[in-house]
Design a protein. Structure first.
Lengths: 339, 339
DNA sequence: TTAGATTCTGGTAACGATTCCATCGTGGAA
DNA sequence: TTCCACGATGGAATCGTTACCAGAATCTAA
């Protein structure tokens, strides 16, 4: 008994041809009861397991999906990945995880590697929508693609899109209603849909209130904590300083709150804050931070559904995830006199 | 130009045999300069990329590592996974992610699937060390294994082991020095090394202080928030109630803090708390919680190193990661009178 | 000059599965 | 009884690659 047992061994033990074993095990209709019994006994006895590698080479399908994101340690994406993996697993697919580390070059290499691995599909949150390689690399995939919160033209890709605008608009209106005018907005670069859609909601709220957009308080360049920290610091040194902050994402919020801590500003008293996205333990420790919430479980399982749909022969399509603004104590502070 | 280009197409275009193309591209020494030039020109022109699937079938190596954990959404494990994936990627390996969802059956199925996928190795944080299938399933893997913080005899597996005992002992001594006696300890079940090693540190501190271990305040059954919540509630209803809590892990801490919140107990004033493990934004929001820290980046990259070592022909071995206790404001509260 | 080694190349057999094709009975219909 | 269809089976080709083997050409040494 050396090495793993192959279909050959089963055929030999059952005293039948290779092809008959294959037919029995893949449920072909034209097999006699006696043949079925013989083969199943042999397979059972030898503990035969078909080799997925060989099946893939022959059939062309690997039952494998690539999953490319900036950073799995982002708690939101970790939940997305979990939900996605669970749903794919239920359908017999495995997930290959790749971090792009925020680099378009790494992202490009990841796509190329997934192509060589012949994955059946890819789910990706692109670092940027306008990087020069994006279209070329993706079109050469020859496999269905689901984009997470990205909008790239001419790809025939599916997408899970979050309706940030609604939530951000509600949050901004709420801040404006409380009397805030100097509202800072810190988020990622405008070359991803997420940011553009958030800014859309932000602008609309100002527009509808007939109040000019505080252009100088908008910093769009990175979702990371470092970027949030630096720009929050910068804004807080202005005179007058902003009375409220909208922080775009988990990393960004971390940076902004660090800046508050540095300057001994208490959230909800000295300064107002709305966080876009929540995270694990949000309710426990980040007590009373107003937020715009989206359900990462829904995003993950929807991404899985979309890729499965296309693999089952359906057309690519978009699916929209809602956001919900919840006002909490953190948006109260910072305004000297509410009119 | 239909479908992906194969080695056949390259051979045809270059006017040479299949085997010559293979030799050139795999860097075999016995090839003439002219042959090399012809083949490389053809491969370049056609945009040839070798099919990893076929290479794997032929060579027996898939350059793929399975990664099985309870839950990728646990922030600690997300960082472990990221570091691990990055390190493996640098070495030309891809990572297949599987959540076991805390179920030994799911875990078992995951192992079986990875075996069928012929992964070159597996990195796993087992749900339990004593589940009946564990040894059988793992031995039948026929691939190197790295365990994360688990101790299973007779496997010849590598392991990344955290030295929890040292950190927990220091934390417990610290609490005892502050006058705490009724210290509750809530963590996962004792059928994983993590828990046993933590309890070891906890007991040792009591032993060295000559104080009896508060057996009735120890709850070992789950790392999840639900378990932490239920048992913290239960302990808090005792009279006298515990003056300090040690919470084993991120989920556990979340549950314990929820119980505090329910009973309007302020951490660091009404009750003391030490968290085992930190998490993203720990410093930002969970201000001043004493903690026992271990570096998840180190765990992840060390796991990758260990599996690569075995794949390169070395012996399996263990690697130990240190923990560090840091006293913060949260351990101050709760003692009515410090003696 | 010749034997032997060395370089280079092409053909072919694997890796482990699926699937088409051909063959052989057997049963039903004419 | 003869013919055809169909169920059941074995054999062989195939997926895309690597590796072994044999043979041709060139080179080195006696």
């Amino acid at each position: 008994m050396e090495g793993p047992v192959t279909i050959r061994d089963v055929a030999a033990r059952a005293g039948v041809a290779l092809s008959s074993v294959s037919r029995v095990l893949s449920g072909h209709p034209d097999v006699s009861a006696s043949m079925r019994a013989k083969v199943e006994e042999a397979a059972q006895a030898l503990g035969y397991e078909p080799d997925l590698l060989a099946q893939s080479l022959r059939s062309g399908a690997t039952r494998t999906i690539g999953f490319i994101i900036r950073d799995i340690a982002n708690p939101l994406f970790a939940v997305v990945a979990r939900a996605c993996e669970q749903e794919l697993r239920r359908n017999g697919y495995s997930l290959i995880l790749m971090n792009s580390d925020g680099s378009v070059e790494t992202e490009s290499k990841n796509f190329a590697l997934l192509r060589r691995r012949r994955v059946d599909g890819v789910i990706a949150s692109l670092v940027a929508e306008d990087s020069p390689y994006v279209k070329k690399t993706i079109l050469s995939l020859r496999a269905p693609l689901v984009l997470l919160d990205r909008d790239v033209k001419g790809l025939n890709a599916s997408a899970v899109i979050t309706d940030h605008a609604i939530g951000v608009k509600a949050a901004t209106k709420h801040l404006l209603d409380l009397g805030h005018r100097d509202i800072a907005f810190i988020s990622g670069a405008a070359n991803v849909y997420t940011t553009r859609n958030r800014i859309k909601g932000f602008s609309e709220a100002f527009g509808e209130a007939g109040i000019p957009l505080p252009e100088k308080l908008i910093a769009l360049g990175g979702f990371d904590a470092e970027y949030g920290l630096i720009h929050a610091r910068h804004f807080l040194l202005k005179n007058p300083r902003p009375t409220a902050f909208v922080a775009g994402g988990i990393g960004s919020t971390a940076g902004v709150v660090r800046a508050f801590n540095e300057m001994k500003l208490e959230i909800g008293r000295d300064v107002a804050l709305v966080a876009l996205d929540e995270w694990p333990l949000f309710d426990v420790f980040a007590t009373d931070i107003s937020s715009v919430y989206r359900d990462p479980e829904a995003i993950g399982s929807e991404a899985a559904h979309l890729i499965l749909e296309v693999l089952n022969g359906n057309e690519a399509r978009e699916s929209v995830i809602a956001t919900k603004f919840t006002a909490r104590a953190s948006s109260q502070g910072g305004v000297v006199s509410v009119q």
